[in-house]
Design a protein around this ligand. Sequence first.
Ligand SMILES: Nc1nc2c(ncn2[C@@H]2O[C@H](COP(=O)(O)OP(=O)(O)O)[C@@H](O)[C@H]2O)c(=O)[nH]1
Ligand SMILES: [Mg+2]
Length: 458
Amino acid sequence: MTPNERYKKLKQHLKEENPVLLDVINEYENLDKVAHSLGLLAQDESYTANISWWPLISILGTFSAGKSTFINEYLGQKVQQSGNQAVDDKFTVICYSNNEKVTTLPGLALDADPRFPFYNISEEVEKVEQGEGSRVNLYLQLKTVKSDAIKGGILIDSPGFDADSQRDSILRITSHIIDMSDLVLIFFDARHPEPGAMRDTLEHLVGKTVRHRDGDKILYILNQIDTTAREDNLEDVIGSWQRALSQKGLISGNFFAIYSEEAMNPIDDPSIAERLKRKRDEDLNHILERMEGVKVERAYRISKALEDFAKDIINNKLPKLRESLSRWGKRVVITDTLLSLIFIGGAGALFMTGILPTSVEVIGGISAAITVLIIFIHFKVRKVYANLEIKRWAEKDQAIAKAIEYNTKWFRPVLRVWGKGWSQRVVDKLENIMDYSRAAIRKLNDQFVSPAGKESET
Ligand SMILES: Nc1nc2c(ncn2[C@@H]2O[C@H](COP(=O)(O)OP(=O)(O)O)[C@@H](O)[C@H]2O)c(=O)[nH]1
Ligand SMILES: [Mg+2]
């Protein structure tokens, strides 16, 4: 995807979602222009590619734990099928669209689109299971939904997890999802009061995830606690699950217990019903707050990254680039001059000592030969010195190395004035961009004055 196409798609999407970010993206375009003109980015590259534009919230967990039911309620419409048998054995990426109708697209759409978290997943899958990479359609699909709840984020529903019968490709996709996600909700259900039978599943989902560097992004959700009403044993069920999880070392603060009001079984005893509802409301609120928080953070993160990119160019890349290019220019000029002096001096000596006759033809011939030789050597020399500078940066900072290559191409003037004027213009532009980023952050502050706006829902 070219930067232009990328911008078009991003803008299209952001226009529907958040006008502040639409402004921010224009500044990203300006930033790209500056970087292109400096050669820090190739023409087909863009800073927008390094950013996750849509924060990812993924829902993992066991079969019929109520993942799809939860998602449907969150979206306010029945997007996913639910039921007690395995109904949907694909990972479903759900994102916002203005279109009234829910649209389903094949996994290939995700594999090929760098805006989504499954870009190039087929390669990853192919690595762990040969031949499966070309069958991403079996594993993935994309649904677009018109629901305010999903604005500014992407949700992933997953097929039920069963460690015994899990294919490598599914495991690979699952760990990819956990890596990419800003928030992971892992669903278990209280119909299995004894987690013993699910030890392997737990090991896979929880054991792996708690070792994850940012464990706080994982929420463990015991669902369907309405089913504890009959024996009135909520505390026991929660206790045994918490013990099972804590053996795996989970962060205890991230354990929640909820049920779906639409899917629940009726509860006869009003005092039990009341107690369960209180627990559920409180925990659901925490979960929704975290989900909302992820979306708010992304808006700030995107604006802040703009400033950071600009700052990095001003304070870091630009001075280094200048240093390298002026050293390169100086060396080329000195070498050119020395060689010219040697050649001209040598020729002069040959004429003075009478080794060469001082006829017009010979002088003309020798001058022409020296000129050609110097020009030839000049281009060799600038290349050799440029390579030295490129090598200096190749490992430490690819962008600087690339910019050196770009600015030392054969047709670029060596004595291009790397004086104040040139870099000052760039710095001015970048400072403008930084001002813009700060203004955007202030606007976001206004936009998000009441953080947990979803609280009214429960
Ligand atoms: N009693 C009860 N049933 C639920 C609850 N949530 C979902 N279910 C039911 O559990 C079954 C499986 O739900 P589903 O959302 O398809 O689970 P998934 O496989 O995790 O996506 C469905 O029949 C739901 O109606 C709940 O909180 N309480
Ligand atoms: Mg489901």
